[in-house]
Structures are given as structure tokens and as C-alpha cells.
Ligand binder design. Structure first.
Ligand code: SF4
Length: 376
């Protein structure tokens, strides 16, 4: 598992800010590497392709990702062996959860083999990793069983509307709702349940379906999560007025199906959890705009061609592929990961309000990476 890296160097400069953020204990206490805000590296989101078979208007609009769009060649993508090496390096530094994303990860040929490779990895304590995957569900009825057999633990499926016409307009490839609902059933039948269902809410587009969606998934055992529309990338024309605050979502549901708050299932959990008072399950709300969670953000992201990003709203990343294909040792790979993480001080969502210098472009500087490229 590679040479140990001195993780404690940082603890010396643990300041009041960490205490104030109250998020993270002293560096090294749990053996995890810490960034400038004392956040450990716990989660690694690995994009395995920049391609997708949907053209969701808030993520991969056709005007930008049209027929002539240059996607990465297969030779540019990290191989499964290279992804496994990056994952190993991450595990040695504290990563305990791997999430496979895209584009659409199920488009990557042999994805089951990658899942099996990652599922075989162990932590220094000999424990298995938490392996999850986010998908639009289009290939799931065919692949669910093989993914479960390969060792996939959990799955998240995106579904932004139950209305046929509207859903097909959002994904912009005429993909029917019924096939995503079929995918959710296939995942549950393969033992990948309870499934998390992600819905991105946009005011004036699908916020009139909040109660329909809640009503549809109540009592199914699956967890519906409403995601505040975000200014990820530079191509979705994001404006603040189109964000439906999670507080409003919870209020609208609770008025019909009373809800009560639940504590986070684990430190750094992205979604705020709510349970139906009548026991019909739970929902989640991901509030990057109105209630940012940067203080507890433990996520590193690896793009399909091997760039390490320390924030969903980053503008640049660290090239790990060059190291991987340049003969770097495991220790050098660990060093690059550790060095990048240690220097990390991202908290874009917290700064968004401060950074909103010009209407429509909160960052004011640098072209942010696209959601379809880094996989959310
Ligand atoms: S904005 Fe960046 S730092 Fe904040 S929670 Fe999202 S990914 Fe983490």
C-alpha cells in the first residue's frame, strides 16, 4: 500500500478557524490528511468518462455539447489500472468512499471490471471501501446485476421530473421517465437499494412537481433528494432567481407530509436529512447555494483524463496522468495527492455570495469546470 506519508506536519498550525468551524478534530487523530481548513480527505469522486447519452439542459446543453463537440479520446482516459493506482494512493491518505461518475459512467465499457477492482481494495485497517455510483439509469436495467455482483454497494439515479413531456425536454434526448423508474426497480432487485434519487430543482421548470415526486417515492424505501440548482461550469446560464431554496422545499412537503430533521448519517454528509413523521421514509436536501457545506467538504474529484480537482467549482486541477504515465512510484503519486490536498482551501459555495461581482457570473474569474466533465 506504498510508503507512509508524514500526515502530522499540518497539526502544528491548526488555528481557531478549525475550532470555530467545529468541523474537524486535530490532524492525524484519525490518520487522515488535512487541508488548510482542517478537512480530511475522505471521499474520492472518479469520473470515468466525459461522455453522456443525455443532454440535460442544466448540465450538458446541446448548444455547447453538440455533434461537433470534441470529447476525450479513449487513449486520453485513465485506464482501469491507473484509476486503481489513484484510488490506492487516496486510500493510503484517508479515502474511505469512492464514487464513480461521468458524464454517464455506465457508458464506459467494462465498468463492472473497474468496480470489481475497486471493491477488492482494502483500507490499511483491512476494511472494504464504500463504493457508490451516480447514473442517469439508462443502462441500469441491463447492468444492475453485474454491478452488484462486482461489488458495487450503493447507487444514485438522477430523475428531474415524473412528467413524460417535461422529462424528455430536460434530458433533451427524448428518454422516457418509465425507463428511469424501471432502472430504479432493477437496482433494488439487484440488491443495490435503497436507491438515492437526485432531483435538480429549477424554479419555473419542475418546482411544481415537488409534492408529486415526494408522493411517488414515499413508502418505497428509496431516498429522494432535492438538489438546489447550482452555477457549476460556465454553460448553463445559471441565475440565482431560478434556485428553489431547500427550506422552501421542506416547508412545501411538510405542509402535506409532515417532516422532522434527522442527524447526518456520517461527518461531511452532503444532504440534510428529513424523515416523514408517519414513518414513510426520508428525503434529502442538498443546499449548496442557500446553506453551503464547505466547512465539512472532504471530497476530491478525479476527471476522466486524470486531473485532480479539490472543488466542484474549481477552474484548474493537478495532472496525475502525467505522473502515472511518466513512471512515477506509488510514493510520488501519494505525494502529489497529499501536496495538493494539504494546500487546499476551497470553499466556493461559502464565498459565492461574496464573489458575486457581476450578475450571472458569481465567480468573476476563471472558467469553471463543467459538471459533465467532473461528475458532480
Ligand atoms: S463548493 Fe467546493 S469546497 Fe464547497 S462543498 Fe462544494 S466542492 Fe466542497
Amino acid at each position: 500500500m506504498g510508503q507512509a506519508i508524514n500526515l502530522t506536519a499540518q497539526s502544528a498550525n491548526e488555528g481557531p478557524t478549525a475550532r470555530k468551524s467545529g468541523a474537524m478534530p486535530a490532524a492525524g487523530a484519525d490518520g487522515a490528511l488535512r487541508d488548510q481548513l482542517h478537512r480530511p480527505l475522505r471521499d474520492m469522486r472518479i469520473s470515468v468518462t466525459d461522455r453522456c447519452n443525455f443532454r440535460c439542459v442544466y448540465c450538458m446543453p446541446k448548444e455547447v455539447f453538440g455533434r461537433d463537440f470534441q470529447f476525450r479520446e479513449r487513449s486520453e482516459l485513465l485506464t482501469f489500472e491507473e484509476i486503481e493506482r489513484v484510488a490506492r494512493a487516496g486510500i493510503s491518505l484517508g479515502v474511505r468512499k469512492l464514487r464513480l461518475t461521468g458524464g454517464e459512467p455506465l457508458l464506459r465499457r467494462g465498468i463492472e471490471e473497474l468496480v470489481a477492482r475497486l471493491a477488492a481494495l482494502r483500507t490499511p485497517e483491512g476494511e472494504s471501501l464504500d463504493i457508490a455510483l451516480t447514473t442517469n439509469g439508462s443502462a441500469l436495467p441491463v447492468k444492475a446485476e453485474a454491478l452488484a455482483k462486482a461489488g458495487l454497494g450503493r447507487i444514485t439515479i438522477s430523475l428531474d421530473s415524473l412528467q413524460e413531456e417535461r422529462f424528455q425536454a430536460i434530458n433533451d434526448v427524448r428518454f422516457p421517465v418509465s425507463r428511469v423508474l424501471e432502472a430504479i426497480d432493477a437496482a433494488a432487485a439487484a440488491g443495490l437499494g435503497p436507491v438515492k434519487i437526485n432531483t435538480v430543482l429549477k424554479r419555473g421548470v419542475n418546482d411544481d412537481e415537488i409534492l408529486d415526486l415526494a408522493g411517488h417515492f414515499r413508502g418505497t424505501g428509496h431516498t429522494l433528494r432535492f438538489i438546489e440548482y447550482m452555477d457549476v461550469g460556465s454553460s448553463n446560464g445559471w441565475v440565482l432567481d431560478e434556485v428553489v431554496p431547500s427550506a422552501e422545499v421542506v416547508e412545501r412537503i411538510s405542509a402535506v407530509y409532515p417532516l422532522e430533521p434527522l442527524p447526518p448519517a456520517h461527518p461531511g454528509e452532503v444532504a440534510q436529512r428529513w424523515r416523514y413523521v408517519d414513518g414513510a421514509g426520508e428525503i434529502g436536501a442538498i443546499s449548496s447555494v442557500t446553506n453551503p457545506f464547505c466547512g465539512a467538504c472532504t471530497r476530491a474529484r478525479i476527471s476522466a483524463e486524470g486531473r485532480l480537482f479539490t472543488c466542484l467549482f474549481a477552474t484548474e486541477g493537478t495532472d496525475l496522468r502525467e505522473l502515472l504515465r511518466g513512471g512515477a512510484s506509488d510514493a510520488e503519486l501519494q505525494g502529489a495527492l497529499a501536496g495538493t490536498w494539504r494546500a487546499r482551501k476551497d470553499r466556493y459555495s461559502e464565498k459565492r455570495a461574496e464573489l458575486t461581482a457581476h450578475p450571472g457570473d458569481p465567480a468573476g474569474a476563471g472558467r469553471r469546470i463543467e459538471m459533465s466533465y467532473i461528475g458532480g
